[in-house]
Structures are given as structure tokens and as C-alpha cells.
Design a protein around this ligand. Structure first.
Ligand code: ADP
Length: 160
């Protein structure tokens, strides 16, 4: 029986960089749960439900990938669901320090938790949800950076 790895993030919105990590994590661990988390530091563009739906749409047809959401502590989600492997993407040095802190706290709160890092692809090294949101807010065409359903959802946001 496969124990899925968990790839948690705010995914506001999911980008092609996230999609790459999701597929590679699935290929390494056999199965992956993409977990949509709230992010207290960021004002979300999409609601958690919208972020889940955009991920599900982008991942339609992908085997052994499931999308879920939680509002609580990540380690509580792991404990409750009998999971322990966390996958994180590393774009570069900038991510590393912050991700090591996250890994420390997750281990602190749940001793069985293990964090595994996957290096991001160089072509996505500068791609982040926040950069996509910012560029979009000034009218940029971000359709090459996100799955097609996300580009459409962004266009719909623009109309309201
Ligand atoms: P973002 O940093 O884009 O706002 P999240 O907070 O949802 O995204 O990040 C979730 C995880 O995805 C983190 O481990 C982050 O480092 C990783 N990640 C985000 N964008 C990329 C990318 N372009 N390439 C590789 N990993 C990424």
C-alpha cells in the first residue's frame, strides 16, 4: 500500500512550477496529496475552495494525485491521516532558509514528519504565485506561467 507524500502550499494560484513539483513528487513517492493551506501572511486572490477547484481541474487525469484542503496545523493533518512525508520545492537559496525553518517546526510538532526537497527546474526558478498575482494585477498576460484553467479564472476575476 502506497503512503502518499504531502505537498502543501497556498497555491494562490497554482503555477507551472507547482505542477512540475507535483508530478515529480508523485513519480518519486508513488502518490501525492496536494494540500491547500491558508496563508495568514498573504491576502488571497482565490478562496481556498477556488484554489482546490483550480488544482483539481489542472490535475484532471493525473494518476495518484489527490487535492485536499485543511485550515489547521499541517502536522495535525499528517497525524490524523497517518502521513509523514512532506515534499517541498526549492527554487534557490532564497527558499532554502525558509524551508529549513518550516522543516524544523514540522519535526518539532510531529517527530515522525520528514521533509524532502525537490529542486525546482531552472525555467521555473523565478516563478511564484505572488509574482503571477502582481504581474496580473498590472495587466500582464501570465498564461504561459500557469495551467490553462488558471489563466481563464484570472480573466474571469478581471471582469468583476
Ligand atoms: P508560492 O511560493 O509560489 O506562493 P506556495 O506558498 O504555494 O507557493 O509554495 C508551496 C511550495 O511550492 C513551496 O515549497 C515552494 O518553494 C514551492 N514552489 C513554489 N513555486 C515553485 C517553483 N516555481 N518551482 C519549484 N518549487 C516551487
Amino acid at each position: 500500500m502506497l503512503t502518499p507524500a504531502v505537498y502543501a502550499g497556498s497555491f494562490d494560484p497554482v503555477t507551472n512550477g507547482h505542477m512540475d513539483i507535483i508530478r515529480r513528487a508523485r513519480d518519486v513517492f508513488g502518490a501525492v496529496i496536494v494540500l491547500v493551506m491558508p496563508n495568514a501572511c498573504k491576502r488571497p486572490l482565490f478562496t481556498a475552495q477556488e484554489r482546490v477547484e483550480l488544482l483539481r481541474q489542472a490535475l484532471q487525469g493525473e494518476e495518484n494525485v489527490r487535492v485536499e484542503a485543511t485550515e489547521g496545523l499541517l502536522t495535525d493533518y499528517l497525524k490524523k491521516n497517518g502521513l509523514k512525508v512532506l515534499v517541498r520545492g526549492l527554487r534557490g537559496e532564497g527558499d532554502l532558509e525558509h524551508e529549513l525553518v518550516n522543516a524544523f517546526y514540522n519535526k518539532q510538532f510531529y517527530a515522525s514528519a520528514e521533509t524532502v526537497f525537490l529542486p525546482g527546474r531552472p525555467e521555473y526558478a523565478f516563478l511564484s504565485s505572488s509574482a503571477v498575482r502582481e504581474a496580473f494585477s498590472y495587466g500582464a498576460d501570465v498564461s504561459a506561467l500557469v495551467p490553462p484553467g488558471v489563466a481563464e479564472a484570472l480573466q474571469r476575476k478581471k471582469r468583476f
